[in-house]
Design a protein around this ligand. Sequence first.
Ligand code: TRP
Length: 460
Amino acid sequence: MPLYIKENGMSHKRRGTHSIWKGRWTFILAATGSAVGLGNIWKFPYITGEYGGSAFVLAYLLCILIIGIPVMMSEIMLGRDGRMSPIKTMQTLTHKYSSPRIFAAMGWIGAVSGFLILSFYSVVAGWALVYIGKMASGMFVSADATFAGEALGVLHASPVTQLIAHTVFMIMTGVVVALGVHKGLERSIRFLMPTLFIMLIALFGYSLTTPGFEQSWNYLFGFTLEKINSEALIAALGHAFFTLSIGMGAIMAYGAYLPDKAHIGKTVLIAATLDTVIALMAGVVIFSVVFSYGLAPTAGPGLLFESLPIAFGSLPGGVIIGTAFFVLVAIASWTSAISMAEPAVAWAVDKGYSRIVATSVVCLVAWTLGIGTVLSFNEWADTKFFGLTVFENIDFITANILMPLGGLMLAVFVGWFMSKEAVAKQMRIRSERVFITWRFILRYLSPLAIFAVFIYGLTN
Ligand code: TRP
């Protein structure tokens, strides 16, 4: 059952250039496939460590609830309303709902963010590919923290290895996006999600047996009213956008293929819940290892790759389980990366280019930008702009500025410029009270919260 019935149809009028997802679960799987990725397993744990644990986790959960979920619903709704690439959809809808032209910029900002995010995402996913081989070699059997740290150091010091892995991953992404091998994509998501989930449950069970479990739990959930600083708040806001794949058009592009009858609210609740649960589970597991083996929670982007191999190395059958785990991480990253390329590719397809040409150009640009991230971990480690490496700058600009800005525009557009009736017709929320609450959050709470975090961050 293909996700896209045709990739490059003729009619712009009725359906746009794109086709429709088939089946109720397909879209939920695709949205979850986009949402669940490195953001959950790699980024969430390491930024939680950098910002000191539970206060950050609380801020992140609040951001998911009052900003992420309402904005994700809006973004999918607009995608389905426009049924074209995010850029064209926003141009059409600003016209349709007679709103200021500035909202059309959202589509452009999103396409640019897509290139930037894909560029570093592919590099980190490449690390996961390298770790499949490292785990399979058995080198981590009975490894200690020093050994695991050195193994990561070797990878980080080598631009060539990272570049090769980055190239492989980018090609994997490009092939799926270009051919629209959605049969393959759908199958991999269907298989991946449950397997990844079961594996995380098993790892969670393992973490219960480690001496560091209690400390890990308290570190993440011991919500004290400690002061949370402005940097952590901004990071929590940015991460809510990153982990749900919202604010840049990725989920809007997917929404364009959503059947008219599909219920957006339910879909978003399922995807966001799964995404959050998976991130929290990964966090508990990783910090259990961190505290059991005396690793530093503040290790940064290497945290996942330094901690879990030690755990696998201590387990019977760890070579196989560990290899399988990194295979799953790579596939989860793959289904996410595909969605990042979609806004720009869909735009070029709307313009009449073939999917293959569009995808090749998008991947080539992102690949080239990715070299900056590869070098950020070695040759350019000390080359800083505003005190940040190239990788850190790209991450900061996309997650903490561009995506929240996109989200702010989405919330204001749907909340203030679309009529209540138009929104109600699209959302088809049966309970009047739920609809009113959702719309209230979107009109007031979400924009104010994004705005407040921005201002607070800028002034501190
Ligand atoms: N949400 C994915 C993750 O957590 C990453 C991702 C996919 C993404 N598509 C995106 C991030 C679009 C930003 C924008 O790994």
